[in-house]
Design a protein around this ligand. Structure first.
Ligand SMILES: [Zn+2]
Ligand SMILES: [Zn+2]
Length: 299
């Protein structure tokens, strides 16, 4: 039986890397906010009004997420392949099992980036549907969008949206070491696309998601929000008709169309389970409304 001390040590071990990553990102984006042009006129990130909520989302879920993530991957994949012995599990984590396991490291990196983005594109669109919007609304709740807002994901959203993609790629044979190697890239790009930077990547705007590109996703229905579901490659938005990137204007007015949406971390964790949600129509109205707007814009 683990003692309280053991549990506390495990929690500390899980929290420290999150704090270290947060510190590195804070230094980088403080420098960028000083040196580079902003997309929107706003206070610097360290003076944004809801910073404490962002910081809670950036730190607290790490305690649960890291354990849940690891446990789900180990149990799910061991059950799928019928692996029960520790050496078999160890072999799986270092070499991978599946059709892509025989490829070299770099092809596996490229396939992971594309495959992971495709799965996440799909789940992201699902989270904009009536049934799931209530959870994803937390991610869209920041009215002062900054890099530090990137971690706002309700645990339900985080598990289904984030972990499902990893499970699919692992089952296809991408070894976990590729996922671990790409983790800093994924954390860094996620922070970057939420940063208040006037970067649209010029001619590469069709290749990589930029801060301006993703900020459009966080706008309201009247501004074309709820399009651009891709996390890294606009290719999937181009393929599935959700690409939207005006070049003559900049995104603005972020957040959800709900004046009563909680501002606090605890309030946002509890919000999707509030009785008022019923079948989730409150979020569905906004999400479907925005999708309709995108279709009109694409016409
Ligand atoms: Zn979204
Ligand atoms: Zn976002």
């Amino acid at each position: 039986m683990p003692t309280i001390q053991t549990i506390l040590m495990q929690l500390a071990a899980a929290t420290l890397p999150a704090l270290r990553n947060l510190l590195v990102l804070a230094v980088v984006f403080t420098a960028l906010s000083t040196l580079a042009a902003a997309c929107n006129k706003a206070p610097p990130w360290w003076r944004k009004p809801d910073l404490s909520t962002d910081l809670c989302w950036a730190i607290v879920p790490q305690l649960l997420y890291r354990f849940a993530h690891t446990a789900m991957l180990v149990l799910g994949i061991a059950a799928f392949y019928g692996i029960t012995d520790p050496s078999g599990l160890d072999c799986f984590f270092t070499e991978g099992i599946g059709p892509l396991a025989r490829l070299g490291f770099w092809p596996q990196v490229a396939l992971y980036l594309l495959g992971n983005d495709l799965v996440m594109y799909t789940t992201h669109r699902l989270f904009h549907s009536a049934r799931l919007w209530r959870f994803h609304a937390v991610h869209h709740s920041s009215e002062h969008l900054e890099w530090v807002s990137a971690s706002r994901f309700h645990p339900v959203d985080q598990i289904l949206h984030g972990i499902l993609a990893d499970i699919v790629m692992l089952l296809l044979g991408i070894p976990p070491e590729v996922l671990v190697w790409l983790m800093p890239f994924n954390v860094g790009t996620s922070a970057l696309v939420h940063a208040n930077l006037d970067w649209d990547f010029g001619v590469f705007r069709y290749v990589l998601v930029s801060p301006v590109y993703h900020r459009w996703h966080h706008t309201g229905a009247e501004r074309g929000g709820s399009s651009k579901f891709a996390g890294t490659f606009p290719l999937f938005d181009l393929l599935f008709g959700t690409f939207y990137l005006p070049t003559d204007q900049r995104p603005d007015r972020y957040g959800v169309d709900d004046p009563h949406f909680p501002k606090s971390f605890i309030g946002q964790v509890r919000h999707p389970f509030a009785p008022a949600h019923g079948a989730g129509t409150a979020g569905a109205g906004r999400a479907e409304g925005m999708l309709g707007t995108v279709q009109q814009l694409g016409e």
